[in-house]
Design a protein around this ligand. Structure first.
Ligand SMILES: Nc1ncnc2c1ncn2[C@@H]1O[C@H](COP(=O)(O)OP(=O)(O)O)[C@@H](O)[C@H]1O
Ligand SMILES: [Mg+2]
Length: 344
């Protein structure tokens, strides 16, 4: 069986429109022809902390993201040409015989590609398997930003271009859009979740206040350490985009993740109460007998807050000459927004 005919068939519309279709039964229905939610392949469950995109049991095809107990993510491959384009992109970037240095250095900014998977329960459905970006975090706060003021690819029809342009009125000026985010409130010990509808309601100023300032607020205040660590990572991605790669990334996202369980010093509450023990002796030149060594405290301050910034969603990556100015402009706008968060 070829890969093409194992792919999930979907209408031409993007996932977003599909997902907004009412899930209530319709009269005389059409819905009977719609797929039922398929059984979960053994050892999998729906993806935790998913903030946007196709969801298992909710998208029109009822297929979406799953997670495996081994810490991997399964993404149902979408209908041609989108799903194949994304799969081939991952395969190309992570090809062990790859010699293109731009693609090799791009790997560090993507979830690691781990192959494909079809389960005995759903033999006709193929999943792309990748590293779960949220895995190392106790309470992952996750934000999906679709990058670029232009979100249609070179093959888009005029109708598709018009639909894309109508989605978010401030996109031209902002340069990216919130697809969704979840933030862990340490005071209330719960997540606040925002979807793309909320993202599309944000004015340029609200992107700062209701977008980033809220995403980085753990209930006690803004997680300055996480913001700073993210800026560093985004600047590395910016550097990558400043050399021509031969690619343009339309409608691709950046996934920002930090740990909502940590405090602004980068330590968990428990680690704070444990005091200097948090820093391993090997991190410091002093002997363990030197109680209260100031270096321990200094090291604690210097330790970078663990965050993840990964590029995802490559269904519309196209060959191109020159720089991807569309992505770069969005990226620079994002970095500027994060600098403004530090000034709040
Ligand atoms: N590797 C990953 N690790 C953890 N979460 C992921 C990963 N890839 C995607 N996600 C989650 O799934 C969402 C949708 O991902 P995306 O690739 O954009 O799918 P779609 O093509 O359906 O838009 C992201 O916003 C994120 O919450
Ligand atoms: Mg997406």
């Amino acid at each position: 069986m070829t890969l093409e005919n194992t792919l999930v068939k979907e209408s031409k519309n993007e996932a977003e429109e599909l997902e907004s279709v009412s899930e209530k039964p319709l009269e005389n229905d059409v819905r009977e022809k719609r797929p039922k939610t398929p059984p979960l392949p053994k050892g999998t469950q729906t993806l935790e902390h998913q903030v946007a995109g196709h969801r298992h049991g909710k998208s029109k095809t009822k297929l979406g993201f799953l997670q495996n107990t081994d810490g991997t993510v399964l993404k149902a491959i979408q209908s041609p040409p989108r799903g194949m384009r994304e799969l081939q992109f991952y395969q190309n970037v992570f090809d062990e015989n790859q010699t293109n240095s731009a693609l090799i250095s791009l790997r560090q900014f993507m979830p690691k590609y781990l192959g494909t998977y079809s389960s005995p329960e759903l033999p006709n459905v193929m999943y792309l398997v990748m590293e779960k970006v949220t895995q190392p975090f106790a309470e992952p706060c996750v934000c999906d930003l679709k990058m670029g003021a232009r979100t249609h690819d070179p093959e888009a029809t005029p109708a598709k271009i018009a639909r894309e342009k109508a989605k978010y009125p401030f996109l031209e000026n902002v340069g990216f859009q919130f697809q969704g985010y979840s933030v862990y409130d340490q005071v209330k010990k719960k997540y606040d979740i925002y979807d793309k509808k909320f993202g599309r309601s944000l004015t340029e100023v609200e992107v700062l206040t209701k977008g980033f300032a809220a995403f980085f607020d753990n209930g006690y205040g803004i997680r300055v350490d996480a913001v700073k660590a993210m800026i560093k990572k985004l600047e590395e991605i910016e550097k990558w985009f400043m050399s021509p790669s031969g690619l343009c990334f339309y409608a691709s996202s950046l996934l920002l993740v930090y740990d909502g369980e940590r405090t602004s010093t980068g330590k968990t509450d428990e680690e704070v109460s444990d005091g200097i023990d948090y820093i391993k002796e090997t991190d410091c030149a002093c002997t363990p007998e030197v109680a209260g060594c100031v270096n321990h405290c200094q090291l604690a301050m210097d330790l970078e807050c663990p965050v993840a910034v990964k590029m995802i969603d490559f269904a519309h990556v196209f060959p191109a000459s020159g720089l991807d100015e569309n992505y770069l402009t969005g990226l620079r706008s994002l970095i500027a927004y994060l600098h403004r968060v530090l000034e709040l």
